[in-house]
Design a protein around this ligand. Structure first.
Ligand code: PLP
Length: 465
């Protein structure tokens, strides 16, 4: 038989009881028995799959199914389960809204507010009257005061906001969108798919590079419910282009009796035009232009928790709040607490200092240079002989699908390990405690002080020495 070796390996697999005995030897009875049995079974199943998938005996050269080895693997998996899976990361990439690292770093006041709300809180109780209160009420006044909108509500993220608004305003009806604005955001948010999920019918007008007022005008018929504009937040169409400004769309909407909605994506609450950044639309400016419903993210340029914010005319917001889907998409107390505290900074505090995202975007090049040099000096002193250390000019990115063309001038610390291979070293830093993630460029590991808190600098040095 050609597969004799396979049978041999299968027969040699230990039984669960034998492995459990080996576990008791190694560890005593620290883990709950059902979990232990299940984990041992999973490890044995994995070994069996490897035997079945092997195409030759040589592939199993390093195969070890001794009971002690299986027990060791099972225990390692259980210990892994005891450690936090969400680990703190020092973001040295320079990408301010790093989606894979949790987008916005929250303001201190927001962190404090989440802690306060974590126990019992007045989420849905109006404390003076003792009656049932409204979840939306906690942030609605702040949002309307900041943006000039008549009304507001909050859901889990901007994808949910778009879904809910489209479902409320246009289920079973047509929604007109420019072909140049059929956006895809990382993590599978695509305008056509969200539209389909909402029950609305997408009507594309214009071309990828040019859409005119007349294109929208001609597409309107008695089945049309909404004119939609989508901010091309993570790409730009450049060259021979034309698109219709929001104000013109509002004018068309008025003349044909249709509401206008805009998915703004990031949404900026303060004017950053004094800094060398791409022009992003200001939320208040869009409200002033007369948009009926506006949606944006809480954790992009706003710098708050993951949330979707819906702003606009009272009549539409009333309908949105009453939609049955709202119950499935509503935010929890922790999110609302963090968002409230973040919005209060915009209204009463100093956002460019207190909102980390804005502070990182607007920090001066001089300051970045000083911080890179300070970090490099500490490393030269403490990691002499291990690291090659250099300071050089480079660029950081905004990230999070915002300001896609902006390269922010910065200074980085460029490092090379004198003994370890780069891949091995970078992995070691990434899997350390705390985890340190930088930017790899050719043979160098770059650390960008833009996204490293000053208080984290000492930890960075400790990670590297
Ligand atoms: C980011 C973005 C979304 C999705 O927002 P989330 O808060 O990530 O769900 C939707 N539309 C646009 C235009 C965006 O930029």
């Amino acid at each position: 038989m050609a597969d004799n070796w396979r049978q041999e390996y299968l027969r040699a697999l230990p039984g669960v009881d034998v492995v459990l005995a080996a576990v008791r030897q190694a560890e005593g009875g620290r883990f709950p028995r059902p979990l232990l049995v299940r984990t041992v079974q999973e490890v044995i199943d994995g070994l069996r799959r490897r035997i079945m998938q092997a195409t030759s005996r040589e592939e199993l050269a390093e195969f070890n199914s001794q009971p002690e080895a299986v027990a060791k693997e099972a225990l390692a998996r259980l210990r892994q389960l005891q450690r936090p899976s969400l680990q703190r990361v020092i973001n040295a990439t320079g990408t301010v809204l790093h989606t894979n690292l949790g987008r916005a770093r929250l303001a201190e006041a927001a962190i404090e507010a989440m802690r306060r709300a974590a126990g019992y809180c007045s989420l849905e109780m109006d404390l003076p009257s003792g009656r049932r209160g409204l979840r939306h009420a906690h942030v609605e006044r702040l949002l309307t005061a900041l943006t000039g909108a008549e009304a507001a509500c909050v859901v889990n993220n901007n994808a949910a906001a778009v879904l809910l608004a489209l479902n409320t305003l246009a289920a079973g009806k047509k929604v007109i969108v420019s072909r140049g604005e059929l956006v895809e955001i990382g993590g599978s948010f695509r305008i056509p798919e969200v539209m389909a999920a909402s029950g609305a019918r997408l009507v594309e007008v214009g071309t990828t590079n040019k859409t005119h007022y007349g294109d929208y005008e001609q597409a309107v018929d008695e089945e049309t419910a909404l004119l939609l504009k989508v901010h091309t937040s993570n790409y730009r169409v450049v060259g021979y282009t034309a698109s219709v400004e929001v104000a013109e769309l509002v004018e068309l909407g008025r003349s044909v009796g249709l509401p206008v909605m805009e998915d703004l994506g990031s949404g900026l609450l303060v004017d950053l035009s004094a800094f060398r950044l791409e022009r992003e639309p200001l939320v208040a400016e869009r409200i002033a232009a007369g948009v009926d419903v506006l949606t944006l993210s809480g954790d992009k340029l706003l710098g708050g928790p993951q949330a979707g914010i819906i702003l606009g005319k009272r009549a539409f917001l009333e309908r949105i709040k009453k939609n049955q889907l709202m119950r499935a998409l509503r935010p929890d107390k922790i999110t609302l607490a963090a968002l409230e505290a973040t919005l209060q900074i915009y209204l009463f505090g100093d956002p460019l200092r207190e909102i980390p995202v804005l502070a990182m975007l607007t920090i001066s090049k001089d300051m970045l240079k000083r911080r890179a040099e300070r970090l490099a000096a500490a490393l030269r002193e403490r990691a002499e002989g291990i690291l090659t250390v250099d300071v050089r000019e480079d660029y950081s990115f905004v990230g999070g699908g915002a300001m896609p063309l902006t390269r922010l001038p910065t200074f980085v610390v460029a490092l090379r390990h004198k003994k370890m291979s780069q891949a091995e070293w970078v992995k070691k830093l990434r899997t350390g405690t705390p985890s340190l993630v930088g930017r790899v460029q050719d043979d160098w590991l770059l650390l960008d002080p833009r996204t490293i808190e000053e208080a984290e600098e000492e930890e960075v040095v400790a990670c590297l020495t």
